[in-house]
Design a protein around this ligand. Structure first.
Ligand SMILES: [Ca+2]
Ligand SMILES: [Ca+2]
Length: 343
């Protein structure tokens, strides 16, 4: 694997824009003005959810969706083998245990090597040479420009999700601002792996067809993105895991809260012939039209930024490419396991 391509610090000034464009589209797709949302909802109960993975029997399901975004089709009968999967997104509490045990330092916390930018050093904005990550920063005006709501914030990391001036991470919120390598390191330590897209969608669908309806039981965005968040689902930003009802598999926040990274490289659309425990395209076949310079990984399920006017991706079938070299404030992950996890 061309690791040098996957580093945050390999992003050129030009491709930072591309990367932020990805973020913007993950946050999501342009559309008609949004509805006026209801008043802020009553506080939600967020019980502590057990960490023990859930065992899923294998099966066959209809993967994909044909009538929303082009990259989600065609629908194909897809078979996956049985596996275990985390009941919730990996939390800061879990990631902190990993860091405490190993001393691991994430990509967002490491110095940036200016040589990996493909422009002269004097053209690199100084802030881009500081450790940091991309933070959603909503404007107070309507906008379709991703640069109005995504900012590279020096000092932002999983420990300080909003940057050095913001609050510390909250233990029961999903860990964010991780690059692919960070997630892989955690997975190895925890004895799991990043699920394939097919496994993830099978687990998220739980026997139901994906429908393009904004769910009540998911943390998404009510109101007109990006400047009016009605917060009627109880959370303006990320929520602790387990605040919304689980799906029929007993899995929480598969849809919404944070996007979840899968193991598959991204290409628009599904290969109808690759339907038996598919692993997605190989690295050489990966193609992300929004970020053609590097092999993106596939993310699933939308986030707290998905709104009817800008991103109808609060569905199991939703998928986008994501630069594996840097994290953001709206992308996390959960693990799958091939055998019963120990402990
Ligand atoms: Ca919300
Ligand atoms: Ca999620």
């Amino acid at each position: 694997m061309a690791n040098s391509m996957l580093r945050r610090s390999s992003l050129s000034i030009g491709t930072l824009g591309t990367a932020l464009l990805l973020l913007a589209l993950a946050a999501c797709n342009d559309g008609a003005p949004g509805e006026k949302a209801a008043a802020v909802g009553a506080p939600r109960q967020c019980p502590r959810i057990a960490d023990a993975p859930v065992k899923l029997a294998g099966g066959t399901f209809d993967m994909g969706e044909d009538d929303v975004y082009d990259e989600e089709g065609p629908v194909r009968k897809t078979t996956v083998r049985g596996f275990w999967i985390d009941p919730h997104e990996v939390t800061n509490r879990q990631f902190a245990a990993f860091v405490k045990a190993t001393g691991y330092v994430t990509v967002a916390e490491k110095p940036v090597d200016p040589k990996q930018f493909k422009v002269p050093a004097d053209r690199i904005p100084p802030d881009m040479l500081k450790p940091g990550s991309a933070v959603f920063t909503p404007p107070d005006f309507p906008s379709n420009r991703y640069t109005d709501w995504w900012k590279y914030v020096p000092g932002a990391s999983w420990k300080k999700p909003y940057g050095p001036q913001g609050p510390d991470q909250v233990p029961n919120e999903p860990v964010v601002h991780l690059a692919w390598d960070d997630m892989m390191a955690y997975a190895k330590w925890a004895g799991g792996r990043i699920p394939t897209e097919a496994e993830w969608e099978y687990a998220a669908s739980a026997g139901k067809r994906s429908k393009n309806i904004q769910p009540d039981e998911a943390n998404s965005w009510q109101g007109a993105f990006p400047n009016y968040n009605a917060e009627s689902d109880g959370f303006k930003g990320v929520a602790p895991v387990g605040c919304y009802k689980p799906n029929a598999n007993g899995l929480y926040d598969m849809v919404g809260n944070v996007w979840e990274v899968t193991a598959d490289f991204f290409r628009p659309g599904h290969d109808p012939k690759d339907s038996d425990d598919p692993k997605g395209p190989d690295e050489g076949s990966a193609y992300d039209p929004l970020n053609p310079g590097m092999p993106s990984r596939t993310v699933k399920g939308g986030s707290y930024l998905c709104a009817p006017n800008y991103c109808q991706r609060y569905r199991p079938a939703s998928r986008q490419g994501r630069d594996p070299g840097m994290g953001t404030s709206n992308v996390g992950f959960r693990l799958a396991y091939d055998k019963a996890p120990v402990g």
